[in-house]
Design a protein around this ligand. Structure first.
Ligand code: ATP
Ligand code: MG
Length: 321
C-alpha cells in the first residue's frame, strides 16, 4: 500500500505544515509511503528560479530533519523527464473540458493576466505524480479531491482503452488535525506563501523571532484566556497550537494561564521546543551539502526506478517508440 503526499516549495515551511502534516508523516507513515517536494507545481505561477531551487532543497532537508526516512522522499523535478513524458500521454487521455472545469483552476486564474497554461494542465501533472509512483492512496483536503478524481478517471480510461498499466488511486481524507491560523489574522489559515510573514511562524525561525511573533499575535480585548474559537479566534489559535505541542486539551490549558501575555509566552516556548530539533537537524543538513545531495540523488533514483516500467508500458501501449 503506497500513500503519496507532497509539499510545494511556494515558501518556507511553516508551523502549520509541521503540526498538520510533516510531523504526522514522520510518525505515522507506512514503510512504502512517499513524501515529495513538488517543485514543478510551484512553476505554474510567477516564480524566481534561484529561490525555487533553494526552497526545494530546504524542504527536502526539513522532511528528513522531521524524521521522514530519506528512502521515502524525493524531489519532483528530479523526475521531470519521466513526468513530462507521462503528463503528455495523460494530457492526450484527458478532455480539455475535464481540465477546464477544475475549481482550483477557476479560482486561481480568475482576474489574473498572463495565466500560465501549466496552471490549467497542472492537475494532469499531479495525475502523473500519482500514477507514475503507483500510489494507492492520496491524502488530500477537499480542495484537491477533484484533482485526485481526475487522476482516477484518467487511469481508468487509459487502462480500459490501451491496456492495464496504472494502479487506481483513491483520495483519502487525512486525519483531522490542528488547523493553525495566521497569528496576525487569526481567521485565516497560516500559509507558507502568505506575503506578509508577520503572523507566520517558520520552522527555521530563530527562538527570539518566534517569541516576538507570538508576543505580537493579534487577540481580542479580553485579558483572561478562555477557549472560544468563534468569538476569540486569536486566543483559541494560541490554545490550539499549545495543545498540539503538549497534547493537553485547549480548554483545559486556558485555565492554567492568568493572562494573555502568559499564554503567549508559554505557547512561544512550547513551539520553540517543538521546532528546535527540526531546525537544528535541518541546519546541519543544509551545511552538509554532500550528504543532502546524496539523499536527494538516492531518492530520485528510487522514485525513477519505481515508475520506469509503468512509463515504458504506457509509452509503448500508446504507440510511441
Ligand atoms: P501554500 O500557501 O503554498 O498553499 P501551505 O502552507 O498552505 O502553502 P501546502 O503546500 O498547501 O502548504 O500544504 C502542505 C501540507 O501542510 C498539507 O498537508 C496541508 O494540509 C498542511 N497545512 C498547510 N497549512 C496548514 C495549517 N495552517 N495548519 C495545518 N496544516 C496545514
Ligand atoms: Mg495550501
Amino acid at each position: 500500500m503506497i500513500k503519496l503526499s507532497g509539499i510545494t516549495p511556494s515558501g518556507h515551511v511553516q508551523l502549520g505544515n509541521h503540526l498538520g502534516a510533516l510531523r504526522r508523516w514522520a510518525a505515522e507513515g507506512g514503510p512504502d509511503d512517499l513524501y515529495f517536494v513538488s517543485d514543478l507545481h510551484a512553476m505554474t505561477t510567477t516564480h524566481n528560479p534561484a529561490k525555487l531551487r533553494s526552497l526545494a532543497m530546504e524542504q527536502l532537508a526539513v522532511l528528513v530533519a522531521t524524521g521522514i526516512e530519506p528512502e521515502r522522499t524525493f524531489v519532483q523535478s528530479d523526475l521531470a523527464r519521466d513526468l513530462g513524458a507521462l503528463t503528455w500521454i495523460l494530457e492526450c487521455t484527458c478532455a480539455y473540458g475535464e481540465a477546464a472545469r477544475m475549481i482550483q483552476f477557476k479560482e486561481k486564474s480568475k482576474g489574473q493576466a498572463g495565466v500560465r497554461l501549466s496552471l490549467l494542465t497542472y492537475p494532469v501533472l499531479m495525475a502523473a505524480d500519482i500514477l507514475l509512483q503507483g500510489a494507492d492512496q492520496v491524502p488530500v483536503g477537499e480542495d484537491q479531491r477533484q484533482h485526485v478524481e481526475l487522476a482516477r478517471a484518467l487511469a481508468k480510461r487509459f487502462n480500459g482503452t490501451y491496456g492495464e498499466v496504472f494502479t487506481m488511486p483513491e483520495a483519502v481524507l487525512p486525519p483531522a488535525g490542528a488547523r493553525v491560523k495566521d497569528l496576525a489574522e487569526p481567521t485565516r489559515k497560516m500559509s507558507k506563501s502568505t506575503r506578509d510573514s508577520a503572523g507566520v511562524v517558520f520552522v527555521l525561525d530563530e527562538p527570539d523571532l518566534i517569541r516576538r511573533k507570538f508576543r505580537r499575535a493579534v487577540t481580542d480585548g479580553g485579558s483572561t484566556p478562555a477557549y472560544e474559537p468563534e468569538t476569540r479566534p486569536g486566543i483559541a489559535n494560541l490554545l490550539d497550537i499549545l495543545s498540539a505541542c503538549t497534547g493537553d486539551e485547549p480548554a483545559a490549558l486556558a485555565g492554567r494561564y492568568p493572562s494573555y501575555g502568559a499564554l503567549k509566552d508559554a505557547t512561544a516556548d512550547a513551539v520553540i521546543e517543538e521546532l528546535r530539533p527540526v531546525r537544528e537537524r535541518t541546519r546541519a543538513l543544509l551545511d552538509d551539502v554532500t550528504e543532502l545531495e546524496r539523499i536527494r540523488k538516492a531518492g530520485a533514483d528510487r522514485a525513477a526506478e519505481r515508475g520506469a516500467h509503468r512509463l515504458s508500458s504506457a509509452l509503448r501501449l500508446f504507440g510511441a517508440g
